[in-house]
Ligand binder design. Structure first.
Ligand SMILES: Cc1cc2nc3c(=O)[nH]c(=O)nc-3n(C[C@H](O)[C@H](O)[C@H](O)COP(=O)(O)O)c2cc1C
Length: 317
């Protein structure tokens, strides 16, 4: 059984991945948030940096791309291959309207023949193994089935299914019955992603799908970077140990972003974004998050973050 950290743009870039891998561990693999080309066909430096081997030493990393034609696919595949990676992941899940309306991410799911054609063109021209991360559909949850049929003859390494539709964004719940149906319709390896947020919720899905070899976890693992380790150990980490380790992890992230972000304003916004998730480590997440979110400047935010880290009770179940 493999557990991976899902890609979350703005959160799971290399500072988070490295700190997690070095200090905590748990996931067997990590994904970059999607890389995409600008309108003029270039790749922004921030994406190149997140991908560069110098910033990703020792971390088992799979770069993810967001494209809808084989030229862009192969352009990015070449960069990824030249950096020494052996696999790329194609994003067919991004739900954001600005993306989906341009037939990217989940917006491509209603067009299974285009997905197939792109892969038929691109796969013979790259040495990389290709995996796919996909939602159940864009508008309807049965769109996935035609895509699985189209993918059936293609040498795709694996498919990770997040059983929500694009239009749902993150509302409602991931629907495990769609995964169950999808399992019957593909001979590819089918990983599961969506709403796993505790040992118990993973256990419930694992009992239902004992043959699932890949569990991908996103938001809950950003909120609780110990989750993969806890699922594997089938027990929670001692809260004293967790508190100390979280402080070191947090300090590592903060030190990095303090160096690279210009001005306290950007640092403040970045840390509030992280704490939208980190607050869930604590018993009273609302109480922890409120003063951080409402803080008027970085110093106030810093005080609230460290008050929580040192004093607020951690969730113990
Ligand atoms: C802020 C944010 C950014 C995300 N960025 C990406 C991304 O770059 N690529 C991707 O495939 N999914 C992205 N996702 C989706 C997650 O990888 C994951 O599929 C989703 O959160 C469901 O899994 P979870 O319930 O375990 O969080 C993002 C989600 C969030 C909330």
């Amino acid at each position: 059984m493999k557990i991976s950290l899902a890609p979350l743009q703005g959160l799971t870039e290399f500072p988070f991945r490295n700190a997690m891998h070095e200090l905590i561990g748990g996931p067997d693999q990590y994904y970059t948030p999607f890389l995409r080309l600008e309108n003029d066909g270039t790749l922004k430096n921030k994406y190149l940096k997140d991908l560069h081997p110098d910033y990703n030493k020792d971390v088992p990393l799979i770069p993810q791309i967001l494209v809808n034609n084989s030229t862009d696919f192969l352009f990015l595949a070449k960069i990824i291959e030249d950096f020494g990676y052996s696999e790329l992941n194609w994003n067919l899940g991004c739900p954001f309207p600005m993306v989906a309306k341009r037939k990217l991410g989940s917006g491509l799911i209603p067009y299974p023949q285009e997905i197939k054609q792109l892969l038929e063109n691109a796969l013979p021209k790259t040495r990389l193994q290709v995996s796919i991360k996909i939602r159940a559909g864009y508008l309807e949850p049965d769109e996935i089935f035609s895509v699985l049929e189209a993918l059936e003859p293609l040498p795709v390494k694996e498919i990770v299914l997040h059983p929500r539709i694009g239009k749902q964004m993150y509302h409602g719940t991931a629907d495990a019955t769609i995964y169950e149906e999808a399992l019957k319709k593909t001979s590819h390896i089918l990983g599961y992603n969506g709403d796993i947020d505790s040992i118990a919720s993973h256990q419930a899905l694992y009992s239902r799908f004992p043959d699932c070899r890949h569990w991908m976890i996103g938001r809950a693992m950003v909120g609780n970077p110990f989750l993969a380790a806890e699922i594997k150990a089938n027990q929670l980490m001692d809260t004293g140990k967790k508190r100390k380790l979280f402080e070191v992890f947090h300090e590592t992230l903060l030190t990095h972003y303090r160096k690279v972000l210009e001005g306290d304003g950007h640092l403040h916004t970045k840390m509030i974004h992280f704490w939208e998730y980190f607050a869930n480590l604590f018993e009273d997440s609302h109480k922890v998050y409120k003063p951080i979110k409402k803080s008027k400047n970085f110093n106030a935010c810093h005080a609230a973050m460290y008050y929580a880290i040192r004093n607020e009770p951690l969730k113990s179940e």
